[in-house]
Design a protein around this ligand. Structure first.
Ligand SMILES: [Zn+2]
Ligand SMILES: [Zn+2]
Length: 201
C-alpha cells in the first residue's frame, strides 16, 4: 500500500485549511526548502524575524507541484529537488509517518485551537421593543342629540369635504364607522376612552 492511500494522508489531503499545529519548513544544507512527498499546504514562515511563527495563509494546493512553484515564486525560496524513483521505499514510509504525526497533532489540538473560533458568536443584547406610543385622540364630537357631528369630525381631522377614501367611493364623509374613512382615524372610540380614563395620571 502506498503512503498516498494511508488514512492519514487521505485526511490531510481532504483538509480545507492547514492542519492545526503545522511546523514551518526547515532548510537543508544548501539553503533549500525541503518539501515532503505529497505536501499540499505552504509552510513558509511569513512572520518577521524575531516574531512568533506565522505560516503562509495560502489554502490547500491541488497538488505538490503547485505548492513547489508557489514557494519558489511567492516566497522566493529555493526548493530542494525531489529525488526520482525513491518514493516507493523508505521515503514512502517517512511520508506516511509524517502525515500520521500531522493528523494526530491536528486532532489533538482540537477545533478550539483556531483563534477565530474562540470569538463566541453571542447574540447582542436584546433591546426590548418599545410599546407604541399612545396617541391621545379626541372623542368623536357629538351633537346635542348624541348623533355624530360629522362636519365637526372633518374639521377636527383636518379634512375638507371628503377624506380621500370617501371621495374615492363617492360617499358622504365621514363614512360609516369601521369603514376606511380617514376621519375616524383621528378620533378615539368610546370604548377605548373608557378604559383609558381610569389609568390617566
Ligand atoms: Zn506560501
Ligand atoms: Zn371619510
Amino acid at each position: 500500500m502506498s503512503w498516498k492511500d494511508s488514512a492519514a494522508y487521505k485526511a490531510y489531503s481532504a483538509l480545507g485549511e492547514r492542519p492545526r499545529g503545522l511546523e514551518p519548513w526547515g532548510v537543508n544544507n544548501a539553503g533549500e526548502v525541503v518539501i515532503g512527498l505529497g505536501e499540499l499546504f505552504c509552510r513558509c514562515n511569513i512572520a518577521d524575524e524575531g516574531e512568533e511563527v506565522e505560516l503562509c495563509r495560502k489554502p490547500r494546493f491541488s497538488h505538490t507541484g503547485n505548492l513547489r512553484s508557489h514557494v519558489k515564486t511567492a516566497h522566493k525560496m529555493k526548493v530542494a529537488e525531489v529525488r526520482k524513483g525513491t518514493s516507493s521505499g523508505s521515503e514512502g514510509i517517512e511520508a506516511e509517518k509524517f502525515y500520521k504525526a500531522i493528523i494526530k497533532k491536528h486532532d489533538a489540538l482540537g477545533a478550539d485551537y483556531d483563534p477565530n473560533s474562540e470569538i463566541e458568536q453571542t447574540p447582542g443584547p436584546v433591546t426590548p421593543s418599545k410599546p407604541p406610543k399612545k396617541i391621545h385622540r379626541p372623542l368623536v364630537p357629538r351633537k346635542k342629540d348624541r348623533t355624530v357631528n360629522k362636519s365637526q369630525m372633518r374639521k377636527t381631522a383636518g379634512i375638507g369635504k371628503w377624506c380621500p377614501a370617501c371621495k374615492e367611493v363617492k360617499r358622504t364623509c365621514p363614512g360609516p364607522k369601521g369603514s376606511n374613512c380617514k376621519a375616524w382615524e383621528a378620533f378615539t372610540s368610546e370604548s377605548e376612552s373608557e378604559s383609558e380614563s381610569g389609568t390617566k395620571i
